[in-house]
Each structure stands twice: as structure tokens, then as C-alpha cells.
Ligand binder design. Structure first.
Ligand SMILES: [Zn+2]
Length: 383
């Protein structure tokens, strides 16, 4: 068994459901300390965070990831205990196998191999690991990024080990993510008898044309690297339950996934203008779960794409699809951010799994990335 697979199994055996870490970071920290990393544990509330750095000079290359996992879901639907790693037909099963304990193991073992081969590499290598990526994501990467910002510690390149691949390891890397803006809308009406609508105000009826416009609207055309912005209703409720009563209130929850061609203020203003124009009386609370980020093709994405192709023979597709990731907190530090990890088909599902061969392939890709950025590149080409 390779070191990367061995470490993946060690991490999988720990029941680190958000925000628990169950010693995963201690294990990673010990191994990094052994190869010259300076270790900092940065706990906030119930969240465990690790910042580790080897080297004092720039450029700084940072691996980022999370030790927490989502809950198992119905145990009876798992073919084996989700916290006892089990290999069947070359596939390793366990909660976190793909998202993203195999990624963490590949990073750690890649760095171990790299520093033996290139002990005098240029720049620095860092790790930013949290136990709150799957949870509220308040005391995790966001807080560590604040600490780094407050002491002026810079990250040039960040590789997030989230499972970015679709069918085979390295077929897709993420070079950005869309932003996510949610709204909690209450439409106010006047409750009344359904036979006397002139004495009531039906919030379902006042919202309907506004909602049709919001749903049918072409917000933008997207960009070469981003899908167009989309508006989706997730919840809608009105009615007292009685068939002869006009409801006095309607509640809607909706979400906008948006590309960097939009801004938060523009999106909010557009939604509010549409409601207003249709005469909707409302209260609206906004929630921002992440602003978009995008890393234009450059040194990092070029090195990662080439590192992947060295292993698979095929350059990866560059994507910005999927949900948000902790890259949204690291990109604002001025870092180029790329995500490269194993296949994401089973993440958050029962019987989460990863192909064993993909763990080793990912580990080789990570070694190649380090070599391309911290050994091969001429300093003047690094930005
Ligand atoms: Zn993840």
C-alpha cells in the first residue's frame, strides 16, 4: 500500500463529522513537523484549524483542505461502516474518502516526497486545513485568512484539494466558483374571505407576475469560464389550510448563483426593483454565502494543468461549476486559487468512495505541481 493510501485510511477511521476533527490535524501536523514545517494550531470556537509553513521566503505555495466530513445519512444503506475504511475491487469506501481525506493524504505525502527530492526548493510551502468547511464555515478558513491578513502573511498560489474531477482523476480542475446570494422574502397581503376578494389582498396574486419576471429573466450571458447567473426558488409557502380563506402572507426563499460579471449590490437592486414595480409589499432579508472568485489562466493554472497532463496524458478541463468552496476566502488574500482533487461523483452520498489508483495519481500530480512551481520556474516568471 502506498503512503498516500495508508494515510487516507488513517484519516477515514476518524469520525470527524463537522466541526469535529478527531485528531486528523494533529496527525497531519506531526508529519509536517517532521519535515521542517512550523506548526500553528488556530482553534476558533469548536473549530480546529491548522496553519503550517516550511520556509520563510516567497513565493508561498499553499495546500488547502478540510478534515471534517458531512454526516453519514442512513447507516443501513452503507455497505460497510462509513468510519471503517474498506477496500473492494480497487475502490476505497468511507465517509470523506473523496471529500476530501484522500486529497489531504495526497498533499501530505506529496510534500514528504518532494522535500526529500528537493530539500533546497525555492519559496515556501504551506498548509491551511480546517474542520469547518462542511458546516457554517464561519470559524474555519475565513478566520485563518483573517489572521494571515492581519499579520501581512501572503499566499501567492493556493491549491485546494477538493474533489474537482468528474469521471477520472485530473479530468477537471476548478479555476473559480460562482457566488451564492440567498433571499428570504415575505410578501404581505390582507387575509380575507375568498368570496370577498375586494376586502382582501392576495399576496400570491401580487407576487405571481413579479416571480414570473424573476424566473424568466436573463440576468447575464455568463463568461467564457462562468455559466450565466441563475435564479431559483427553493421554498414557497402561503395559505391557512382552509379553502375559503385568502392568505395574509406568502413566504419565499430563493437563491442566486452568480458570475463575476454581477455584483451583490446590482443583484439586490434588480430583485427589489422588480418587486417594487409589481406593487409587491414585502420584507426581504439577504444572505451572502460566498462571493465569486476566478483565477485567470496564469502561472498556477498552467502549472497544475501541466502537472495533471504529465500523469494522465490529457490536459484538464478548466471549470467554475459546482457549489461554493473555501477558495472564496483565500482568493481575496490576493492568491491565485485552483482546485484539483479526485472524482466527485459519490461525495455527500452513502457509500462515498475513491478509486485507490486515483489517490496515487493525485499524489503524483501534486508532486509535479510543487516541482513545476518551486523548482523548474525561473523567478522572473513566477508571477
Ligand atoms: Zn469538501
Amino acid at each position: 500500500m502506498s503512503q498516500a493510501v495508508d494515510l487516507t485510511r488513517d484519516l477515514l477511521a476518524r469520525r470527524s463529522v463537522t466541526p469535529a476533527d478527531e485528531g486528523c490535524q494533529e496527525l497531519i501536523a506531526r508529519r509536517l513537523a517532521d519535515i521542517g514545517f512550523v506548526i500553528e494550531h488556530l482553534p476558533f470556537g469548536s473549530v480546529t484549524n491548522l496553519w503550517a509553513r516550511r520556509g520563510g521566503s516567497g513565493p508561498v505555495f499553499c495546500f488547502a483542505g478540510h478534515t471534517d466530513v458531512v454526516p453519514t445519512g442512513p447507516l443501513e444503506e452503507w455497505r460497510s461502516d462509513p468510519f471503517v475504511p474498506a477496500e473492494r475491487d480497487g475502490v476505497l469506501y468511507g465517509r470523506g474518502a473523496a471529500d476530501m481525506k484522500s486529497g489531504l493524504a495526497a498533499m501530505v505525502t506529496a510534500v514528504e516526497e518532494f522535500v526529500v527530492a528537493y530539500p533546497a526548493h525555492s519559496g515556501s510551502i504551506a498548509f491551511l486545513v480546517t474542520s469547518d468547511e462542511e458546516g457554517p464555515s464561519v470559524d474555519g478558513t475565513r478566520r485563518v485568512a483573517e489572521v494571515l491578513r492581519s499579520r501581512g502573511e501572503h499566499i501567492d498560489w493556493c491549491l485546494v484539494g477538493e474533489p474537482s474531477s468528474e469521471v477520472s482523476a485530473g479530468d477537471t480542475i476548478k479555476v473559480g466558483r460562482r457566488g451564492s446570494l440567498s433571499g428570504r422574502l415575505t410578501v404581505h397581503g390582507i387575509q380575507g374571505h375568498i368570496a370577498y376578494p375586494q376586502l382582501a389582498e392576495n399576496p400570491v396574486h401580487t407576487l405571481a407576475p413579479a416571480l414570473a419576471e424573476l424566473v424568466g429573466r436573463k440576468w447575464d450571458a455568463g463568461t467564457e469560464h462562468f455559466q450565466p447567473t441563475s435564479f431559483q426558488v427553493s421554498n414557497l409557502a402561503a395559505g391557512t389550510g382552509a379553502p375559503n380563506v385568502i392568505p395574509g402572507e406568502l413566504k419565499v426563499r430563493f437563491n442566486l448563483r452568480y458570475s463575476p460579471v454581477q455584483t451583490l449590490s446590482k443583484l439586490k437592486a434588480t430583485v427589489e426593483e422588480i418587486l417594487h414595480r409589481h406593487g409587491v409589499r414585502y420584507t426581504l432579508e439577504w444572505y451572502v454565502s460566498g462571493e465569486p472568485f476566478y483565477t485567470a489562466p496564469g502561472v498556477l493554472s498552467g502549472a497544475v494543468a501541466a502537472a495533471v497532463a504529465e500523469v494522465t496524458g490529457v490536459p484538464p478541463k478548466l471549470s467554475t461549476g459546482g457549489g461554493t468552496s473555501d477558495g472564496r476566502f483565500i482568493a481575496p488574500l490576493g492568491a491565485q486559487v485552483v482546485e484539483l482533487g479526485v472524482v466527485n461523483a459519490s461525495i455527500h452520498k452513502v457509500n462515498e468512495c475513491v478509486r485507490v489508483a486515483d489517490i496515487d495519481a493525485l499524489q503524483r500530480m501534486y508532486v509535479n505541481v510543487l516541482r513545476r512551481l518551486l523548482v523548474d520556474t525561473h523567478p522572473s516568471e513566477r508571477r
